[in-house]
Design a protein around this ligand. Structure first.
Ligand SMILES: [Zn+2]
Length: 443
């Protein structure tokens, strides 16, 4: 397939914006890049996809999400509004995840994946929980990911909050899925080992997970002060120290949030090369505070951008990051556009590449995965490499994504989904969510 008449944003190092360019796609990769006229001469037999002057750039990457969160949309929490994050966990999320059936797991993933295709997100790192539908739940999600044609790294969150049997089942599900993925390497589905958060994990369970798995982990940490209070009470040390002591931190591990960590904990994250993800919409919604992302980046900690189950429109997360830090610190110099791009593009690509290492991700270059989006954006002011992040922040709308391609396969063309019936999936999802809400209210 030959994509012609594109304004390519390569997001390479250095980044380039190349007008009237073309990409030749072979299989799941970009095989060639050059001017439209040159590649048309070179590949006269190729099927042509005319970008009609749109911006063509790598698909967005989400570093931390929860597909099952989709079924919380519009759901009321009975009684008074939760007053803080621990109450939100107990009264919303831990009731919701217990009420999920395998069908709910499948359809909540599908609706998120459709949202991702429509809004130009092609790689997602998910963190799953369904305590009454554990065994095989990651296969059910992987099935949805395959149907959607996107790329995802999956894990099951191990926790002690539902008793030792379910904690063991969570461990087994991670190990089973890791083994199945490693035994049958695929470029679009990957796996890591999920842990909920320090505050719902005993020493014994963490040790058990570490003993069972010597790769990386994906865990929430210090999202709220409660995680620190719990860790100090349980172990006498702070959350990141505790994870370090059990050997959870490493360049293959992801620690989501890190809103309430001290300098020593930041040093540990840097020394161990652990990934941190920032989810500003979720942090604002849960009123947990603002992570000191700029300091973490300055220290050399690798921070990526996730959405924590919010919409898969990653440019909304860009905007939340850009605005929330300015507001929190009452300083318009905080969190410049290039810092947001560093997290969302450079760091997210490097993180995703750890899970999908067969070819470069998040960059347009020969040999890289052909994960691309077309953006129908017509700047009203000069657009350059230097001010591109600010055009994305102030000009790009998620609805401007007209075509989404993942692994060389066109999933959406001119805003039409080619493989999924959105109306049918939404209808089935509404039926399932209604039943699930009834179970939440009974529970
Ligand atoms: Zn999360």
């Amino acid at each position: 397939m030959l994509i012609t008449d594109a304004k390519l944003v390569t997001w390479g190092a250095p980044n380039h914006i190349l007008e009237n360019h073309a990409l030749y796609i072979e299989g799941e990769r970009i095989a060639d890049l050059g001017s439209s006229s040159e590649l048309q001469r070179k590949y006269p037999q190729a099927d042509v996809l005319d970008a009609r002057g749109q911006y063509v750039m790598p698909g967005n990457i989400c570093a931390h999400t929860h597909f099952y969160g989709a079924f919380a949309r519009g759901m009321a929490i009975p009684g008074e509004s939760p007053k803080d994050f621990p109450e939100i966990l107990e009264r919303l999320w831990w009731k919701l995840d217990k009420s999920l059936s395998f069908d709910d797991v499948h359809y909540s993933a599908l609706v998120c994946l459709i949202d991702a295709i429509k809004h130009g997100t092609t790689t997602l790192i998910d963190h799953h929980s369904s305590p009454n539908a554990i065994d095989g739940s990651l296969d059910v999600i992987a099935d949805a990911v395959r149907k959607a044609g996107l790329r995802a790294c999956l894990c099951y969150e191990v926790t002690d909050r539902d008793g030792p049997e379910k904690a063991r089942a969570g461990i087994a599900e991670n190990l089973r899925f890791l083994k199945s993925v490693n035994g049958d390497p695929q470029s679009a589905i990957s796996a890591t080992f999920g842990l909920h958060a320090s505050l719902t994990l005993s020493e014994a369970t963490l040790e058990m997970c570490r003993a069972a798995h010597d790769g990386g982990f994906h865990i929430h940490a210090a999202e709220h002060e409660a995680d620190q209070h719990d860790s100090l009470r349980k172990s006498g040390i702070r959350v990141i120290d505790r994870l370090h002591k059990i050997n959870i931190l490493s360049p293959r591990s992801i620690v989501a949030h890190c809103v309430h960590i001290d300098q020593k904990e930041k040093d540990l994250l840097r020394e161990t090369g652990t990934w941190v993800t920032h989810q500003p919409r979720s942090n604002m919604n849960n009123a947990v505070g603002t992570a000191d992302v700029e300091e973490m980046l300055r220290l050399g900690i690798k921070v990526g951008l996730g959405n924590d189950g919010f919409s898969n429109a990653m440019w909304d997360e860009w905007r939340a990051a850009y605005l929330s830090h300015k507001s929190a610190y009452r300083d318009p110099r905080r969190m410049g556009g290039s810092t947001v791009a560093e997290m969302a593009v450079k760091n997210n690509s490097a993180l995703a590449n750890q899970f999908f290492s067969q070819a470069p991700l998040g960059v347009l270059s020969p040999g890289a995965f052909a994960d691309l989006i077309f953006v129908d954006y017509h700047p009203i002011t000069p657009l350059t490499i230097d001010n591109l992040p600010w055009h994305i922040l102030f000009g790009f709308e998620n609805s401007m994504v007209t075509t989404t391609i993942c692994a060389g396969r066109v999933l959406m063309k001119d805003r039409q989904l080619l493989f999924l019936d959105e109306a049918e999936i939404a209808a089935r999802s509404r039926e399932l969510a209604k039943k699930m809400w009834a179970r939440v209210n009974e529970g």
